[in-house]
Design a protein around this ligand. Structure first.
Ligand SMILES: Cc1cc2nc3c(=O)[nH]c(=O)nc-3n(C[C@H](O)[C@H](O)[C@H](O)COP(=O)(O)OP(=O)(O)OC[C@H]3O[C@@H](n4cnc5c(N)ncnc54)[C@H](O)[C@@H]3O)c2cc1C
Length: 495
């Protein structure tokens, strides 16, 4: 499906299948919702076993989601997933907004120096969803639970696949029982042992996996606005930035919450001092773009400083040399394609996979080989370009951080790329409403990643901005140099 032309092609199936979904996280719930609404009968097996909370705040405070511990980290829900919800399940999008999520449209965040603020075609799509990850997951879970075609098996872990050779016919459960299904969809997340499950089938072909370090550790802290306080909209400098040695961002939440997150390079142990709450609070107050987020009396923290490491980019291929490694099996979400969370793609990638599966099932029905090929093609066309971009960006950033710490000469290509982005592309987005929109569309996965620099207007504007970089005043500093940043934290810890 083209990313340019959203379309709703599906009607309810005339041949409903019994579909077993492993995992009730983002990918599992999105797939269950879409497939049940297509008319299939879906059973979701989710190992976590807690009652569904009554409110978004209860979900954040108490919901036992040990199967998805990153669910309490900052999440941006990109416009691509919002569009999928709007097209596939507008009632769920409405419910999310009713439960306190908000929308951030392109008109609201156009840089202030851009005088032309007229709306453009496509602006309806260009809207971020602002909410905590557990809020959207809770709303999805409730929607799935209310769906007539869905059976929710909470507290039921899956131990492996039930198969005849490599033709998958159902699941083996942790309690030793089995469950048959016409199709198994694995959405077990980034730690899913699905490759082991496939290996146990003993097929001649095994999946191929490619992975690389994201190169950062996530540190996040959540806040709630005090009575009578409001968080101002993005400032001139945006709500985040990259100091060269560390990147940071503010995330709007739901129900008067927000969070602040740092992406700390894995090779910079000193910066991990930020895990100390006093150091953290001092550190965030050194960042100019976050001044409106850190002003006195605005908000109180509602969590400690939460860290998350072992972040990787990873893609798995399940069709090798033109042959599916197994039939009757589709792997979605982080278990299939995972990217550095800093780019905010994961939930949208899960949504795209759910959509693609819906379309592949509509087209191929019970032809299990054709289904495997269709999903492989969909991954290559719709998901892999986003993965490839993340890998490239991370490799460049790690080369620069590596050189910064070793004192070696940085990689010239990585330096040139950063120079072009920071002195060409980004300044151009602040001057031209169409360039800003093109950039924001790419960031939000509404266009394929290569569309941005293939757009002649964007390329010309970025080159012009780059050519005149020395004629502009230097960009305002977003925060201190690293030594000063460390000293501020050390001072706060010893105080
Ligand atoms: C720190 C961090 C920040 C992120 N920020 C963003 C962001 O800003 N925007 C964004 O879009 N994405 C973000 N992501 C990525 C996003 O969270 C993931 O892409 C998304 O959770 C993937 O959904 P999933 O369903 O594949 O996996 P998960 O959401 O992890 O769900 C997997 C589920 O499967 C269950 N499960 C696993 N194995 C079994 C089994 N054997 N039997 C039964 N159940 C099982 C687990 O209990 C879990 O509920 C972030 C990720 C991280 C780590």
């Amino acid at each position: 499906m083209s990313t340019d032309t959203p379309q709703q092609t599906l009607t309810r199936t005339t041949d409903p299948q019994e579909i077993a979904v492993v995992g009730g996280g983002m990918a599992g719930t999105l797939a269950a919702l879409v497939l049940a609404r297509d008319g299939h009968r879906v059973t979701v097996y989710e190992r976590d076993d807690t009652d569904l909370p009554d409110t978004a705040d209860e979900a954040f405070d108490d919901w036992d989601r040990r199967g998805a511990p990153h669910a309490r980290q900052s999440h941006a829900i990109l416009a691509r997933l919002r569009r999928i919800l709007r097209e596939r399940a507008p009632d769920v999008l409405d419910e999310l907004l009713a439960q306190g999520a908000t929308e951030l449209s392109v008109e609201r965040i156009l840089p202030p120096d851009i005088a032309d603020r007229e709306p453009r075609p496509g602006d309806d799509d260009l809207v971020l969803l602002c909410c905590r990850r557990l809020t959207i997951e809770w709303v999805l879970r409730r929607a799935v639970a209310a769906e007539a075609g869905v059976t929710w098996q909470g507290g039921v872990g899956v131990a492996g696949l039930l198969a005849e050779g490599t033709d998958v016919r159902g699941l083996r459960l942790d309690d030793g029982t089995t469950a048959e299904a016409d199709l198994v969809v694995v959405g077990g997340g980034r730690n899913s042992p699905v490759l082991d499950w496939i290996a146990e089938l003993g097929g001649a072909l095994q999946p191929l996996e490619e992975q690389s370090e994201a190169g950062i550790i996530y540190l996040s802290r959540f806040y709630r606005l005090n009575e009578g306080q409001e968080l101002p909209l993005l400032t001139k400098d945006g709500a985040g930035g990259d100091l060269g040695y560390v990147a940071f961002a503010g995330f709007y939440g739901d129900n008067r919450t927000f969070s602040i997150t740092f992406g700390v390079p894995t090779n910079d142990r000193e910066l991990m001092a930020m895990r100390d709450e006093a150091a953290w609070e001092a550190a965030i107050r050194t960042l100019t773009p976050l001044e409106p987020w850190t002003s006195e009396g605005l908000a109180e923290p509602i969590t400690g400083v939460e860290s998350m490491a072992r972040l990787r980019n990873r893609i798995r291929r399940f069709v090798i040399d033109g042959e599916p490694v197994a039939t009757g099996l589709v792997v979605i979400g982080d278990a299939a394609v995972a990217t550095n969370p800093w780019y905010g793609k994961g939930c949208s990638l899960a949504g795209i996979a759910a959509e693609e599966l819906s379309e592949a099932l509509a087209e191929h029905g019970r032809d299990r080989v054709a289904l495997a090929h269709a999903m492989d093609a969909a991954v290559r066309a719709e998901l892999e370009p986003h993965y490839t971009l993340a890998v490239r960006q991370d490799a460049d950033r790690m080369k620069l951080h590596g050189a910064m710490h070793d004192g070696t000469e940085p990689d010239p290509m990585a330096v040139a790329t950063r120079d072009f982005v920071y002195n060409g592309l980004l300044p151009a987005t602040r001057m031209d409403p169409d360039v800003f929109r093109a950039f924001f569309r790419a960031f939000n996965m509404l266009d394929a990643p290569d569309a941005l620099m293939a757009d002649p207007k964007v390329l010309t504007a970025a080159m012009q901005a780059h050519a005149t970089k020395d004629e502009r005043p230097p960009a305002p500093k977003l925060g201190p140099e690293r030594d000063e940043f460390l000293a501020v934290m050390a001072g706060a810890i010893s105080a």
